[in-house]
Design a protein around this ligand. Sequence first.
Ligand code: UT7
Length: 339
Amino acid sequence: MARRSRCKRKGSHNLKMYRSRVAGWGSYLPERVVTNRDLAEFVDTSDNWIVDRTGIQQRHIAATGEYTSDLATRAAERALESAGVDASDVDLIVVATATPDQTFPATAVKVQADLGVSRGAAFDVQAVCTGFVYALAVADNFIRLGQAECALVIGAETFSRILDWSDRSTCVLFGDGAGALVMRASEAKPGTNSPGVLSTHLHADGTKRGFLYVDGGPSTTQTTGHLRMSGREVFRHAVGLLAAAVDEALEANGLEPDDIDWLVPHQANKRIIDATAKKLGMPEDKIVYTIDRHANTSAASIPLALAQAAEDGRIQRGHLILIEGMGGGFTWGSAVIRW
Ligand code: UT7
């Protein structure tokens, strides 16, 4: 019923304003846990080095035959359940991933089929570690424009499949996982107090793409390739870019750092998260950390952190959440959400 009346509004150019509201959340981590000590058995590293330099203690690794779409579907099912929404109500699925099941079709259509849905739009977004912020911005714009009413926004990755397990400078940093939000259209009210996505800001600078990339692909090598990173260069850029993205988000909404209840950053390195929070003047107890248990799960890290903090009761309805991320491309961005 609601859908029919919205279509009419679109057709008659009624400019009623919509905002996308978080209706539910879910996450999924593969069963197998690999500790730093496990890694030190086959690569020249140590628990001390990994913990000191990154804050990572362990990561989850997908089982043989367990694909990005499987992780995404499980997170999506939990998100739908938490929202009390039936899969048949979903009219948009956006999956942020840099590790799709296949070059095509999109992982999102596999998720769609696995959920038993065969209507609406479904596609992937590729912005590596900033992927979830990009996917949320895309879904938010669909909802604001009245093109979708109920969106699943998913970040899902199996980075274990693109790691060079003999390269200690990268293989210790990443893990697999998925997180999902159900976003529903609700009437937008002015100001920052009503629930929903208040702003999204996206950036990219392709001149920096050589600092973090995969050395393969269908059009270049016809192989999947492995992740390559100049860690020091990425680190050097990350803190400045993320601090600027956070400032931009606060300024756009007329907010002060104190107004934010939870900073939920992309989880690449505890030192990057802490340096960004320090620039913002944000105390540690307002930051959601998952880096110690999940490592860097790329596009999945932010929705995993959001879902886990919402599940354990830290994030509550009415809280103001600031998410930010940066990754290969470079890409970076932020969003402010009234939960
Ligand atoms: O999510 C996408 C964005 N990615 C990131 O944000 C990652 C950003 N970068 C980083 O987080 C850090 O640069 C790393 C964690 C990757 C590396 O930390 P670092 O403090 O920048 O270390 P480094 O690369 O400068 O290496 C220091 C030393 C080197 O040895 P020498 O040359 O000083 O003898 C490395 O060979 O640490 C050595 N090293 C290791 N040692 C033990 C590098 N990896 C390891 C390792 N175990 N796993």
